[in-house]
Every structure is written in C-alpha cells, then in structure tokens.
Design a binder for this molecule. Structure first.
Ligand SMILES: *Cc1c(COP(=O)(O)O)cnc(C)c1O
Length: 455
C-alpha cells in the first residue's frame, strides 16, 4: 500500500481506542517505523515520540538487544500456558521481579495489560478477605484515579469524563480526594494534605469493615491529569490502611520501571503495598505483559486443599507469554547495565530547568513533574487559575500543532503530557521542549483571543 491508501484504509476500516473517529478522519496518521526516540509515518515524516508511544517505551524503538531477545526466544517456543504449569522465561522473570520490587512482595501473577493486572488485584483483595471468612464488598479509590478500562478497573476509576457514562455497570466504590495541591481551595500543600487525609480517615472509620482495599496511583496520577502526590502522603495512606486493617493496592502501571526517577514510585515514601500492579514499561514498550505482585500473606490465604475452594479462579490465554517475558528480562538487564533509573533521575533535573521556560508562558498554570512524567496544565487565566472552556479543546489543538512541528503526544483535557523514553538525551529534551513550548504559546494565545471575543 502507498501512503494515501493507508490513510484511506485506516479511515474505512478502523475504530481506534479513546478516539472520536470524527477527529481521526480530520487528522489521520499511520505510523510505519520507529528508530530510537523517533517515529516515522507512511509518508516518511518524522516525529519525536514525546509520549513514549503512550507511556511504554524505555530504550527507544528498534533496540537491538530487545529485538534479539525476542528472536532468540522464538527459536525455542512462542507461547506455552501458565495454567497448571509454567515456562522458562516466565519463571526467570518472576524471580527477578521479586528481587527488584519492594521488600515483602513475594509473588508474581501475570496478565497482559494494566487493566487486567488491576482486575486481578481487586479480585485477589476481595477473595483474600472471603478466604479469611470476611465478606467485604467495596473499595476506596482516589478522585481522578485511573486504573484501566475493563469494568472492574472502571469501577475504581474516578475520572468523570471517562467513567461517568458506565456508572450503571459498575460496583460501588468510595471516592476520596487525591492531594491535588494546585486545585485545592487552600492552594496550600499542608492544608491540602491534611484535608485529604482527614477525608480518607473518615471513610475508613465509617466503612472499614466492608472495604477490601484502598487503591491508588502512588506519587503521580497519570490519566487523571498528571497530578503529583506530595512526598510523605503515601506513607500516611499506608499507616491509615494498617490502622483500619484494610489492604493497600498501589497501581504502578504508569509510574513503574524508572518512569519517575525511582524503579518504583512507592520507593519515594518507602512503602510496600499489599498488592502492586505494573505493566507499561515492563517489556520496554515491546510486548503486552503486566504483573500483579502480592505479599506472602495474600498468597497464603489462597493456599489450601482444593475442596476448600480457595483457588484464585482467574487467568488469560496469553498469561506469562514467553516472548513477552523474554523481552522483559532483557529490558531489566538493560536497566542495570545502562543505569536507566539513575539516567532518568539525573536528566529530570535538566528537564525541570527547561520546563521553567514553559511555565513562564501566559497560559501555563501549573507544571507537575516527577522524573520523566510530566503534565503541563493550560489555563485561560493564570491569576485566577480559570480553565479554558472545554469546547475550545485547547489541549487537543496544542498537540495537533506539536504534530505539525514534528512531535507526538496526547493531551489529558487541557493537560499536555510530556513523557519521553528514559534514554532521551539532554539535546533531544531541549529540542522537544522547544516544540512543546512553541505550540502551547501559539495555540493558547489564539484560544484566549477567541474566548475574549466571544464574550
Ligand atoms: C495505563 C494505565 C492502566 C491501564 O493499562 P492498560 O495496559 O492500558 O490496560 C492502569 N493503571 C494506570 C495507572 C495506568 O496508567
């Protein structure tokens, strides 16, 4: 097929995730290749991959060692089940994961996406209490939390635009605020933290006998708008869960594997959750493998004679896929060999410096960054923090302008995501941030003029 034919065929035959297809038809794009941190479309135009192909990529595209790891595994076996047996790469990877994840997490349950890893965590938490003889039926989640798009994950999701329509299909969960300092009425970190912790404690006090677990994204919420948690907050959440005898599930699907400048975000507060989910960067952005890790006490609650009916009845066809596990193993080897976490931690200081320039723009209200996870919140009025009208689609338009200028990312409403692959160099960061800045400046100024003229 030629470029025009790809474009037409994509419009005629595809239905894309999280996409209003009417938007796609106006601005179609078919990617043909990737090399390093650049993507190339079917016309040969090149783009910076400023969102790591939606938060996945670590070492760039066509990383030689990762390509080879898959080919090497292909010569042995492409897939073999984990139902009642295991395979070599899944076993080796489990050992490695237990070694590198926070002390106390001892068991690895595989699946194939972030959403499924969360489903598994929720079902485990529910059945854990059941196996101990307690019937608990609900969860506590945090406002703007995002845990994936299957019904269970949506039930503990709390991003109104994504989740409200599915309300009738969901099970009940209690929502408490996330410490979103910029949008807290006080605008003050300490007051915001105290307010949010009080509300969490209230809910726990009232409902703890019915609550299986508190679930949250540690240190940085992703899809809810790149909202960072003040340091020390997660530790307090852990303490409250212990006080009220409720499990803590930390969803590291976005934050895990070096994204925030630590291997796992929970390390910032020295917290070990009872259940931890991860996915996205586990395979370096190559293949769909996700994991749900648990403490030994969770595992033990399911371990008994079969007729006690404590088995965890859950699995997927491709659970523990050998190709995925083999590339994950090589990815983790490269993490150590290339000091990937240290690289992100170091370069993120430089990135923060570059972002200061962006923060100075008239319509940038807040920039939230932890490692290579960044959200740039656009506002109509910097003083009052008033947002642009959603109908203006300022975030979306800014990313379309970035695309014209040779950079790809996706907005979350009016929050621009900047999440480059871990190996991105300082020079590349500089070029990328320059494009982001130019596009934001042009598009927000235009939108502001439009907003004022409508009034
Ligand atoms: C992306 C994400 C998920 C869902 O992962 P998928 O692989 O897209 O199903 C879950 N939780 C968090 C925090 C995420 O960022």
């Amino acid at each position: 097929m030629k470029h025009e034919e790809y474009i037409q065929t994509s419009k005629d035959s595809l239905w894309l995730p999280f996409t209003q297809m009417k938007d796609y038809d106006a601005d179609p794009l078919v990617i043909a290749e990737g090399k390093g941190i650049k993507l190339y479309d079917t016309e040969g135009k090149e783009y910076y991959d400023a969102f790591s192909s939606v938060w996945l990529n670590v070492h760039g595209h066509q990383k030689k060692e990762l390509n080879e790891a898959i080919v090497e595994q292909l010569d042995k076996i492409a897939h073999s089940t984990l139902l009642g047996m295991t395979n070599v790469p899944a076993t080796e990877l489990a050992k490695k994961l237990v070694e590198i994840t926070p002390e106390g997490l001892t068991r690895v349950f595989y699946s194939d996406s972030g959403a499924t890893s969360v489903e598994i965590g929720l079902k485990m938490a529910y059945q854990y209490w059941l196996n101990l003889g307690e019937k608990r039926t609900t969860f506590i989640t945090m406002k703007n939390g995002y845990h994936g798009d299957t019904i269970g994950a949506v039930s503990v999701g709390a991003v109104d635009v994504f989740h409200q329509i599915y309300q009738p299909l969901m099970f009940e969960s209690h929502v408490v605020p996330y410490p979103y300092v910029y949008r807290h009425p006080s605008g003050n970190e300490e007051a915001c933290v105290q307010d949010c912790l009080n509300q969490l404690e209230e809910k726990l006090k009232q409902y703890h006998v019915d609550v299986c677990a508190v679930i949250c994204e540690p240190m940085m919420q992703g899809a809810g708008g790149m909202i960072n948690m003040p340091f020390g907050y997660l530790k307090k959440v852990r303490e409250l869960c212990d006080t009220y005898n409720v499990l803590l599930i930390c969803d590291e699907v976005a934050t895990g594997f070096g994204r925030t400048g630590k291997l796992f975000a929970v390390e910032y507060d020295g917290v070990t959750p009872d259940i931890m989910t991860a996915g996205k960067c586990l395979t370096g952005g190559y293949l769909p493998v996700a994991i749900t890790l648990t403490k030994e006490k969770i595992y033990e609650a399911f371990y008994d004679d079969f007729d006690k009916m404590k088995t965890f009845f859950h699995g997927h066809s491709y659970t523990g896929n050998p190709l995925g596990c083999a590339v994950a193993l090589k990815n983790l080897e490269l993490f150590e060999q290339d000091n990937i976490v240290g690289q992100v931690a170091g370069k993120s200081v430089y990135l923060a410096k570059l972002l200061k320039d962006v923060n100075a723009l008239d319509h940038v209200g807040d920039i939230r960054q932890l490692g290579f996870m960044t959200g740039i919140e656009l506002v109509k009025d910097k003083e009052t923090k008033e947002s642009f009208d959603a109908s203006q689609r300022v975030g979306y338009k800014a990313t379309l302008r970035m695309r014209e200028l040779g950079l790809l990312t996706r907005p979350l409403g009016d929050v621009i995501v900047f999440m480059p692959p871990h190996v991105t160099t300082k020079e590349e960061l500089q070029e990328m941030v320059a494009i982001v800045k130019q596009a934001i400046d042009e598009v927000t100024k235009e939108a502001y003029k439009e907003a004022v003229s409508i009034k």
